[in-house]
Write a protein that binds this ligand. Structure first.
Ligand code: G
Ligand code: G
Ligand code: MN
Ligand code: NA
Length: 249
């Protein structure tokens, strides 16, 4: 369609960019890493959200082109950063790509970046369909030194089963739960449960979508290890992210 056509030329036309949102550690409230998020500014229609174009790209191999471009951008940005890692989103189709492990290690080595400075963000959907193969892929990625985060945690299937069986470093609590925390007992209970579960398993837990001081206070009392959201910063361009790197809250 129209979007698919535009997207296939977007890289060459320089219409894509990556923006970076800080991930904050509870210790010292300082930035330990950034999540990389893709942005597409079209000539014709203005900005189009990744929530719109990523699913379209994922219907074809276009997603691999975008994904490779995203890793290259993140790696280049990492070369200028003192920060610990950049967290890159991978869609299920990317994760299930033939020789995904070999492919990603090759690109990272090409840029001279240590794998432990890349965090791979996947959703439960990516590992649910073929759990056997997913477990193997995650194990190998982890062995090479990559960090693994389970994104949108709590919204997918078989959450508890997944975290027991897969090699992970980090759970990211979906922002819908953080948003609901102050209003609904169920959301608050889910947030607390995920934090406790993560701690018991020695995993980092990132609360996403933190927008208010009140949410931050609640999360800190609950023992959440990491935080991300507009309260700290919106996703920003690479050069601004570099300037932010030393900031504390
Ligand atoms: O940044 P924003 O909230 O608009 O992102 C919307 C959705 O698009 C989120 O689910 C996010 O994970 C996804 N997304 C953003 N950037 C990328 C990317 O580089 N690759 C993939 N696969 N998904 C992305
Ligand atoms: O699915 P994923 O968690 O990768 O999506 C991240 C999306 O959430 C990005 O599009 C980002 O722009 C958005 N986001 C980040 N922080 C906040 C926040 O505090 N509030 C809201 N509403 N969205 C946020
Ligand atoms: Mn994400
Ligand atoms: Na998420």
């Amino acid at each position: 369609r129209q979007i698919e056509g535009g997207l296939s030329e977007a890289i060459a036309k320089g219409e894509l960019k990556m923006v970076y949102q800080p991930i904050i550690s509870r210790d010292g409230l300082e930035i330990i890493g950034f999540e990389a998020l893709m942005r597409w500014n079209t000539e014709e229609f203005g900005p189009i959200s990744p929530a719109m174009f990523i699913p379209i790209a994922e219907e074809s191999n276009l997603i691999h082109e975008l994904g490779d471009w995203a890793i290259d951008e993140a790696a280049k940005t990492l070369q200028q950063w003192p920060g610990q890692y950049v967290s890159v989103n991978f869609s299920p189709r990317q994760f299930r790509r033939q020789n995904f492990v070999g492919h990603i290690i090759e690109r990272v080595q090409h840029h001279g970046i240590a794998p432990d400075r890349i965090q791979i963000e996947i959703t439960e959907t990516a590992i649910f369909d073929d759990a056997e193969r997913a477990a193997e892929t995650l194990y190998r990625l982890r062995q090479m030194g990559f960090r693994i985060a389970l994104d949108d945690f709590g919204t997918g299937y078989s959450s508890l089963y997944n975290i027991r069986r897969f090699a992970l470093d980090c759970l990211k609590i979906d922002r819908s739960f953080i948003d609901g925390m102050g209003r609904e007992r169920a959301s608050a209970a889910i947030v607390h449960s995920i934090i406790h579960l993560g701690r018991a398993l020695g995993l980092e837990v990132v609360a996403e979508g933190v927008e208010t001081q009140e949410q931050l206070d609640t999360l800190l009392v609950a023992g959440c290890s990491h935080l991300q959201g507009y309260f700290f910063s919106r996703p920003v361009d690479a050069d601004i992210a570099c300037e932010l790197a030393e900031r504390r809250w």
